[in-house]
Design a protein around this ligand. Structure first.
Ligand code: PLP
Length: 442
């Protein structure tokens, strides 16, 4: 509890002594001992409060300790805590049904995994089995997870240290007009030229060798890229033309984050496979999966699918997933996200961009936004190093836990956040941007 310095010391000592942390130099980190989480906030043992504008790792869509999620897990644990995947289970079937019903026309079934990386591994394996082809095209500026194929699909620095365990992966550029590869002046031009680049990549790699194109529908960690008009439909058309499976990675963007159940639903595009995780149950129990089209499902009606996981469709995770659907309906989550995004977040961020010369670009949708920070609006030089660290520190000192990535301040609070807390967090960001402005070239 708060003020218990013995407890705090022990938590910190055990962590530093025995826990090996993700993505870190073990000798250079000092993780905050967290005493408590409630709704959109968490606290350290000294009682310092953080307003979470990052939803932990953009998974805590319904906030900490949501009573509906806690109750569903407790009830399931009391009833049947686990059952292996070859058995039929009530909550597993119920969750698969609800996901399929909220998915694209022609969605047929769900394969459950333990998280997002595995979901992408399985989506790619299904596409390869279905097409008999090996290559997968993925975008630069993407994150798809940290297992063998998923880290190879990833289009940023976290891939580099991991070599290329999957030799079938090829990267291409997606639309990013602010730093365009294509000299585009309008979003439409950017979309069209990015599609030409993609088609040339397909042709030069050999269409008959390409099983799938995978993309984050709305890119998350690498910058919140909302696809420009025509882009996703164009990718779909290329997939149709060349017999390629379209995989939408909705691990971060899915389950309400963009103001849709799934982000692709704003773009009138039908994927063949959709990977999901995080928001499916807010990460209360590890769970992910792949939504599978009828056509791909049918590839495995006679021939067995080669793959499986001991915890595929774990009842505790699935019970929390079913509760997530109920809570989304009861609390009007999708409508809330649309309303708060359009009425509160976007206008305020546009206003901040007028006021703070350190903001190069504002991008986003729903409760999923990025402020791209620069030291010079003319050259668009990114704000990095000490300047960037100072902005993030200013947020944390003021009690806001930001989603920090690259040269961006990203905004992804729990979807249950009140308007008052949202404004409070945006006020803290406003003040922290004064620090960023101090690093702007005179
Ligand atoms: N795909 C996307 C878009 C993600 O953002 C992430 C995680 O951040 C993953 C995949 C990997 O998910 P996990 O960490 O659950 O394996």
């Amino acid at each position: 509890s708060f003020g218990d310095s013995d407890a705090q010391r022990e938590v910190r000592a055990n962590d530093r002594q025995y826990v090996f942390h993700s993505w870190s130099a073990q000798g250079k980190i000092d993780p905050i001992p967290v005493a408590k989480g409630e709704g959109v906030r968490f606290w350290d043992y000294d009682g310092k409060e953080y307003l979470d504008f990052s939803s932990q790792l953009v998974n805590l869509n319904l906030g900490h300790q949501h009573p509906g999620l806690v109750k569903a897990i407790q009830e399931q644990a009391g009833r049947l805590a686990t059952i292996q995947p070859a058995m039929a289970n009530d909550v597993r079937g119920e969750l698969a049904k609800r996901i399929v019903e909220r998915s694209f026309d022609g969605a047929r079934s769900v394969f459950f995994t333990n998280g997002g990386a595995e979901a992408n591994e399985y989506a790619v394996r299904m596409a390869r089995q279905h097409t008999g082809r090996q290559k997968v095209l993925a975008r630069f500026r993407s994150y798809h997870g940290s297992t063998a194929t998923a880290i190879t699909l990833t289009g940023e620095s976290r891939r580099w240290a991991n070599g290329t365990p999957d030799a079938g992966v090829v990267h291409f550029f997606g639309p990013y007009q602010y730093r365009s590869e294509f000299y585009a002046e309008t979003p439409e031009q950017e979309a069209e030229r990015a599609l030409t680049h993609l088609e040339h990549t397909i042709q030069l790699e050999g269409p008959a060798t390409i099983a799938a194109i995978i993309l984050e529908t709305v890119t998350g960690t690498n910058g919140i890229f909302v696809p420009p008009p025509g882009y996703l439909a164009g990718v779909r058309a290329l997939c149709d033309k060349y017999g390629i499976v379209l995989i939408c990675d909705e691990v971060m963007a899915g389950f309400g984050r963009t103001g849709e159940w799934f982000a692709y639903q704003a773009f009138d595009v039908k994927p063949d496979l959709v990977s999901f995780a995080k928001g499916v149950n807010s990460g209360y129990v590890p769970l992910g999966g792949v939504v599978i089209s009828e056509e791909i499902h049918n590839s495995f009606v006679e021939k067995p699918f080669p793959g499986g996981l001991t915890y595929s469709g774990h009842p505790l995770g699935c019970a929390a997933g079913v509760a997530t659907f109920d809570i989304f309906e009861e609390e009007g989550i999708i409508e809330r996200v649309r309303d708060l995004g359009a009425r509160v977040v976007e206008p305020r961020l546009r206003e901040l961009a007028e006021k703070h010369p350190s903001i190069g670009e504002v991008r986003g949708t729903g409760l999923f936004w990025a402020l791209e920070l620069v030291t010079d609006r003319g050259t668009r030089a990114p704000l990095e190093g000490d300047g960037y660290n100072a902005v993030i520190a200013a947020c944390k000192n003021a009690g806001l836990w930001p989603f920090a990535a690259g040269n961006r301040l990203q905004i992804a609070p729990p979807l249950v956040i009140s308007e008052e807390d949202l404004v409070r967090g945006l006020d803290i960001i406003d003040a922290a941007l004064d620090v960023a402005d101090g690093f702007v070239a005179a």
